[in-house]
Unconditional design. Structure first.
Length: 119
């Protein structure tokens, strides 16, 4: 059962972050905001089939995706995740406010973009 926030329950999430420093920075903010419940933390970009299996098993509301480790693979994964059925929202994570990456990820189907620091 999720913990309640002031504005509602935590969001269940699958974290995909080959950049472990980016993942660390993001994970450090969770105790402060209590906004996300991380169901799994993948340390590399998974193949489509593996990602689909994980999404069906875990049923996350959102996938938090590292966009900076390999932008081409990341944008491809955004497109794939955004097209899953049932739908899963994608939030792009980046080390900085990269306007090109923001546009690419939003055009591919991401619904939000966060950059470090996440607080």
């Amino acid at each position: 059962m999720s913990q309640l926030l002031q504005n509602g329950p935590e969001i269940t999430a699958l974290l995909i972050a080959p950049d472990r420093e980016l993942a660390r920075k993001f994970l450090e903010t969770i105790p402060q905001t209590r906004g996300f419940q991380i169901l799994a933390d993948l340390k590399s970009y998974p193949p489509h089939q593996t990602l689909e299996i994980r999404a069906r098993q875990l049923k996350p509301q959102v996938v938090l995706l590292d966009l900076c480790s390999d932008p081409a693979i990341a944008v491809d994964l955004v497109r794939y995740i955004a097209a899953l059925n049932p739908p899963v929202q994608v939030v792009g994570l980046h080390l900085n406010n990269d306007s090109q990456m923001i546009l690419q990820s939003l055009r591919a189907g991401a619904v939000e973009f966060l950059y470090a620091p996440f607080d």
